[in-house]
Design a protein around this ligand. Structure first.
Ligand code: LIP
Length: 263
């Protein structure tokens, strides 16, 4: 097994601690579905609590690093070259509805590059880990992107716009091009896990637009370290800044990029 850096150990410990808190709250959410008030406020509090745990754990050990999380204002660190990029609860809508598909995502950025990544799915007790140059791992097993070569046999994941979002026509056009060319498209609702599944060879590829850096930072490194490729949906874009991603195994990557960009 690869010898992780101290940072990865810190990230794993933090993810497990936040995971225990979210698991306790997830059990409550089930009861709240039937209450007239619904679980909305409760889930917002669960999300905030998880981010507080992560912030405390990560900054206690690395007080000089910055912290950029979904739920709070960015903290600039004394070391401006390093920051944690954190999504305490990716797949919030799933969590809210009692659907067991959500995760904690933690990435470490150094000089603009992601160098360490942990994505934790507490329900399945799946800890995805990647470190630059150290490969990608699921618990103690090395993972790789899928070996499929024919697009028609492949399964892709994506996100679907919700609540009147303006990118619905673009998404429908994407689907019209990709669906006839592949074995299926899935929308499971947690971008971090979508990327982790590409890294683990479960999905052959994934694309989505309008995400945030915390949704994808850790997953991008996992895909890369698992032997996959990724880029922005936009020809001159950068995923971490424009929030779009196309990721896949190397055999289909160029073809997949062409389909999504409609080249
Ligand atoms: C969500 C993603 C989901 C995506 C949503 C949203 P959140 O993250 O993981 O797959 O389609 O746009 O960004 O809000 O649950 O952290």
């Amino acid at each position: 097994m690869y010898q992780w850096s101290a940072n990865i150990n810190v990230m794993i410990k933090a993810a497990r601690k936040a995971g225990r808190s979210l698991m306790r709250d997830f059990k409550e959410v089930e009861h709240l579905q039937v209450s007239s008030k619904g679980p909305g406020d409760f889930v917002s509090r669960a999300d905030l609590k998880a981010e507080e745990i992560l912030k405390e754990e990560l900054l206690e050990v690395r007080p000089n690093y910055g912290f950029f999380g979904e739920e709070s204002t960015e903290i600039k660190g004394a070391d401006p070259t390093r920051r944690w990029i954190v999504d305490p609860l990716d797949g919030t809508t799933n969590f809210l509805h009692g659907l067991p598909h959500w995760a904690i995502s933690i990435a470490l950025e150094h000089k603009g590059e992601i160098v360490a990544a942990v994505i934790f799915n507490p329900i399945g007790d799946e800890m995805y880990i990647a470190e630059k140059g150290g490969g990608a791992w699921l618990n103690d097993k090395r993972i790789r992107v899928s070996g499929r070569t024919q697009m028609i046999e492949m399964i892709f994941a994506t996100g679907l716009p919700f609540a009147g979002s303006s990118d619905l026509p673009t998404t429908l056009q994407d689907l019209a091009r990709i669906l006839p060319a592949c074995a299926g498209v899935r929308r499971w609702g947690a971008a971090a896990l979508d990327l982790a599944y590409v890294a683990a060879g479960r999905y052959d590829g994934y694309w989505e637009r309008n995400l945030n850096a915390w949704d994808i930072a850790a997953g991008l490194l996992l895909v890369q370290e698992a032997g996959g490729m990724s880029c922005s949906v936009y020809p001159d874009g950068k995923s971490l800044t424009d929030g779009s991603v196309i990721a896949a195994n190397g055999s289909v990557f160029n073809q997949f990029v062409k389909v999504i960009r409609n080249d």
